[in-house]
Each structure stands twice: as structure tokens, then as C-alpha cells.
Ligand binder design. Sequence first.
Ligand SMILES: N[C@@H](CCC(=O)N[C@@H](CS)C(=O)NCC(=O)O)C(=O)O
Length: 216
Amino acid sequence: MKLYGYFRSSAAYRVRIALNLKRIAWEPVVVDLRAPVSAQHTPQFRALNPQQLIPVLQDGDHVLTQSLAIIEYLEETHPEPALLPRSPVQRAQVRALALAVACDIHPLNNLRVLNYLRDPLGHDEAVVNAWYAHWIASGLSALEQEAQRFSGDGRHTFGSAVTLADVCLVPQMANARRFSCDTAPFPTLRAICAHLETLPAFARAAPEAQPDAPPA
Ligand SMILES: N[C@@H](CCC(=O)N[C@@H](CS)C(=O)NCC(=O)O)C(=O)O
């Protein structure tokens, strides 16, 4: 499988974690979001994904977009280890945690949204950073309460095994740290991430472990 991504993309980071957890061999194709002509806007990439967003997963002749749709595809084609619990109620609860990140936190802080605040809206970096920090704090404080309710062991967002909720949480927390957001008010989320980041599937998916990451 080929994964079109970028080391800093948290949506691609989710898919990298899922591929690694399921021990699926994959090859990275770098889409440099920060290149002078950002690679997601080239005609070649637009032909692959008209949304001009990564990740894109290519599996043979199939081209898949949207990280959660990709991960559900991997879950269905490679069921072990399962990223969703068996009970319908618990599956809905795990999906809700994942969607809180993927639909309600991440889109507000995506590169194109931050760039639009800068140009044409004309906001300076202080305003852009305040926007970012506001939506992170509001989203993560709700997730902190959910994790206190649902975590079974303080090391996983839901229950005591890795789920789709963890796959979404770790990249979002990494983003929050990169933007210097205060994560001290989220001790449960911090403890969960501290554990998950030690797992090889997560560590190998981390931005700094990707071939397009700048040397440390
Ligand atoms: N809902 C999409 C979001 C994808 C997305 O926003 N990707 C970002 C990187 S994390 C991107 O390609 N941004 C390019 C841009 O904003 O121009 C998913 O989950 O795959």
C-alpha cells in the first residue's frame, strides 16, 4: 500500500499508526504541504484527491481518502488487532471520541484554515495562535472528561486496549504540543499519550520518525 502523507500531518499520522498496529506493509509518498507550490495543490495530486488534502491511501487500483474512512477500510480488511470494540454501544462510543478529534477539533486548526486567517483575513500570528489554542483547549477539555469516564486503566482513552480513539488522540496531542498549547489541564490525556507513545506502532508513526522529517 502507498500512503500519501507528510510528516507533520496529524490525519496522515492516524493512518500511519493504524497501518503499523495492523502490521501492514506500506510505502510513504511525501506530499510536501509546505513546499513553495504546496504539493497538495498540484494537478497530479488533485487528480488523486480533489479535496487537496492528505492522507490518501492507494491499495492496488483503489484510491481512498479521509483518514477515518481509510482506517475503517483497514479495520474491515485486516480485522486484527481490532481498533473497535465488539459491542455496538462501545463501538459508537469509541467512534464518538475519534470523531470529536477528527470532525470537531482538527478541521478548525488545519493548515488551510490558519492560512485563511492570515491571508486574506489579515490576522497576525498572535491571533492565529489564539484561535488555535482556543479550539484545542475547548476540544481537549471535553475529551479529558470523556477519557476520565471511559478509560479503563489510565493508559487508553477507552477501556484497556488500543482503539480508534487512541489513534486519533495521540496525533492531536502532538499537534497541541507543537503549537505550545498548555496541556497541563489534561492530565488523563497526557498519561494516556505517554503510555501509547512508547508502543512501537505509535513510535514508528511519529512525525520525527518519518523520512521527510528534518534531522533532529
Ligand atoms: N478530514 C480529513 C482531513 C484531512 C486534512 O485536513 N489533512 C491536512 C493535513 S493534517 C491537509 O492535507 N492540509 C492541507 C491544507 O490545509 O492545505 C481526514 O481526516 O483525512
